[in-house]
Write a new protein. Structure first.
Ligand SMILES: Nc1ncnc2c1ncn2[C@@H]1O[C@H](COP(=O)(O)OP(=O)(O)OP(=O)(O)O)[C@@H](O)[C@H]1O
Length: 316
């Protein structure tokens, strides 16, 4: 993809610093009731040559929950994310999303089905503005094909508020309609700004991603993932590099993401954050699930304590 330079494709818009909206425009519709199974990791084993990164792992993600995936370094958390998002195909076992087998499906198809992710190492389009980065996510949802967009093939009757102000263009749009591509692009722009507001970085919407402070870049990655309207969003170490105040803010943001209708899966090393924000936690160690339960249950589980603190030395 060619990377447009700053402000080349996006009109400058009024930036609203204060978040006063109720986010109706970015809430999503879910495909089932809270608590129903959204994703199933069913006896998944994944080997890299001799390394068993995941060993017969089983768990479910339920709609409307914030699920934590934790474990010591090398436990298999990222591999599990990668298997769920199409980067790796499990050696054995199945992964079902909304009841459909997705193991081995290409990442962009999985995204279209409704799973989005952020990365441990931020991956933005550095030469695009924050707004353009989010619009890329919105574009993934558009129905219009490239020829349809080029030749403005599909025209729709616009709503009153979508009509241009200019008299002649307004009259033309009333008679001939407005191309679906134009309407989708405008909606994408509105939605992108709303998402930037939602994650708290609308004040720098038109700055190049590479010039944004680290905390803004992390939030921008989340906004871009949300733009694809995923029913499941997977956050890979979202608090990495954050100070305590930023971590506190992030916990609020994760809860608000869930309140929009998304189900959230989060990998995170910071135990205070994980225990404070999740509804349930799955714990991996050496590629195996060693515990699953509420934050309280997991924090009291002797296997989990041993995994994090090391086994007590019986011989001593
Ligand atoms: N592409 C790969 N090729 C070979 N081995 C790999 C590959 N990816 C991961 N592994 C190995 O699989 C195991 C699990 O790694 P993984 O990155 O999933 O752990 P993790 O729990 O995410 O760790 P961390 O918290 O350090 O990110 C490790 O032993 C790792 O070295």
């Amino acid at each position: 993809m060619s990377e447009p330079t700053h402000g080349s494709t996006v009109e400058q818009e009024e930036v609203v610093l204060k978040d006063t909206s109720d986010h109706d425009e970015i809430a999503i519709e879910t495909t089932g009731p809270d608590g129903s199974v959204l994703l199933e990791v069913d006896h998944v084993t994944l080997r890299f040559g001799g390394v068993v990164a995941l060993n017969d792992v089983n768990f479910q993600i339920r709609r409307g929950e914030i699920l934590g995936l934790i474990g010591p370094n090398g436990a298999g958390k990222t591999t599990c994310f990668n298997a769920m998002t199409g980067v790796y195909t499990p050696t054995e076992g199945k992964i079902r999303f909304k009841g459909t087998e997705i193991a081995g499906t290409k990442p962009h198809k999985i995204n279209q089905l409704g799973i989005a992710r952020t990365f441990q190492n931020i991956r933005l389009f550095p030469e695009m503005s924050a707004m353009e980065n989010v619009m890329v996510g919105c574009d993934a949802r558009h129905k219009t094909s490239v020829p349809g967009a080029l030749f403005r093939i599909y025209r729709q009757r616009p709503k009153e508020e979508e009509l241009p102000d200019n008299g002649i263009r307004r009259a033309f749009a009333k008679v001939f309609g407005i191309s679906r591509h134009t309407l989708e692009e405008r909606a994408g722009r509105r939605r992108s700004m709303e998402l930037l507001r939602f994650v708290g970085i609308a004040d720098r919407a038109h700055e190049l991603a590479r010039n944004l402070p680290y905390g803004y870049q992390r939030r921008l990655e989340i906004a871009r993932a949300l733009a694809t309207e995923p029913e499941l969003i997977c956050l890979d170490e979202p608090a990495a590099g954050f100070n305590p105040a930023e971590k506190e803010d992030l916990m609020g943001l994760i809860r608000r993401i869930r309140d929009l209708g998304h189900t959230v899966l989060v990998i995170e090393h910071d135990m205070k954050l994980v225990l404070g924000v999740t509804d349930r936690i799955v714990v991996l160690e050496f590629g195996q699930k060693i515990a699953e339960g509420t934050p309280d249950e997991v924090a009291r589980n002797p296997k989990v304590i041993a995994a994090y603190l090391g086994e007590p030395d019986d011989a001593a």
